[in-house]
Design a protein around this ligand. Structure first.
Ligand SMILES: C[S@@+](CC[C@H](N)C(=O)[O-])C[C@H]1O[C@@H](n2cnc3c(N)ncnc32)[C@H](O)[C@@H]1O
Length: 281
């Protein structure tokens, strides 16, 4: 299925098509730049040895495998993801690493029947902003966590606070028939940018003691890596496939010119501006 041609709108079909494939292809880069945020989520969740933990939108499983180590052999780390390609990669990585207390489920985390109170905690690194019906999805996750258990996730703040994500769109705008607009409420990367929306979703879905705090994490990248992030994974990635070859080439050149201006000593000092969200079931 073709992804919706609006920047940053990443629906389920996207993750099972181009999105899943490109995350598989660039798994090492994505794991490296996203690891600090994953570590912060895991440390805040701190479910302890023996816990059963659900990793929502687990992607290629880096955070799921890390949580398996944290909960130890008596615990279980379950990754759920809608993308077949990413779940398969997670399983391969678990086998290669010899991690036994891990489990991967290919499913829509918003509707899957996990079982009542099946987990002591749920975590997510950037995996919860893609639900078509967030209220229903977070109610489903709450049922899956035992009463008193925790939810800890990281999601992106807005594009304005992550300005490098906007540079490629601005560079591409002159070559596109109409200026790309990022829809305010997704589903997509910036769907949870508004903390009042996040709080509303969690309140309505029955989570308690909701806390939302800003998290700014340095994620330096090389120029080449930033080009990959900008053209293959970022806001432009849903628009470029709809353009013809000549337009795509001109956009890539324009993006390169704009991004070169951000290189300092061979690297681009990028920062991930996110929310760290916690709640109790
Ligand atoms: C931005 S990626 C983050 C992946 C991973 N958590 C990480 O940090 O590497 C978002 C992930 O959410 C998954 N996803 C999107 N919608 C989902 C849904 N409804 N249920 C489960 N996973 C979903 C995507 O397939 C993708 O792997």
């Amino acid at each position: 299925m073709t992804p919706k041609a609006a920047p940053g709108v990443l629906s389920e079909s996207y993750w099972n098509d181009a999105g899943g494939d490109v995350w598989v292809e660039h798994q090492a880069l994505l794991d490296r730049i996203n690891q600090p945020v994953g570590d912060i989520v895991a440390e805040r969740a701190d479910p302890g040895p023996g816990a059963r933990v659900l990793d929502v939108g687990c992607g290629a499983g880096a955070t799921t495998l890390d949580m398996a180590r944290r909960v130890g052999p008596e615990g279980l780390s379950t990754g759920v993801d809608v993308s077949g390609a990413l779940v398969e990669l997670g399983r391969r990585r678990a086998r290669a690493a010899g991690v036994a207390n891990v489990d991967f489920v290919r499913a829509d985390a918003g509707t899957h029947a996990f079982g009542e109170a099946a987990f002591e905690a749920a975590i997510s690194r950037y995996g919860v902003m893609f639900f078509e019906d967030p209220d229903a999805a977070f109610a489903n996750l709450r049922r899956a966590v035992r009463p008193g258990g925790g939810l800890t996730f990281a999601c992106w703040r807005g594009a304005a606070e992550n300005p490098l994500s906007l540079v490629p769109l601005e560079a591409a705008a002159p070559f596109l028939p109409e200026p790309p607009r990022i829809p305010a409420d997704g589903p997509g990367r910036f769907a949870f940018a508004d903390p009042d929306r996040v709080r509303g979703v969690l309140d309505r879905s029955g989570w308690r003691r909701v806390e939302i705090e800003p998290l700014d994490v340095a994620t330096p990248v090389s120029f080449d890596e930033l080009m990959i992030l900008s053209l293959r994974l970022g806001l432009l990635s849903t628009i470029l496939p709809g353009q013809d070859e000549a337009v795509r080439r001109r956009i890539a050149e324009a993006v390169a010119v704009r991004l070169e201006g951000h290189v300092e000593d061979g690297m681009v000092p990028m920062t991930a501006a996110c929310w760290l969200v916690t709640a109790v079931a």
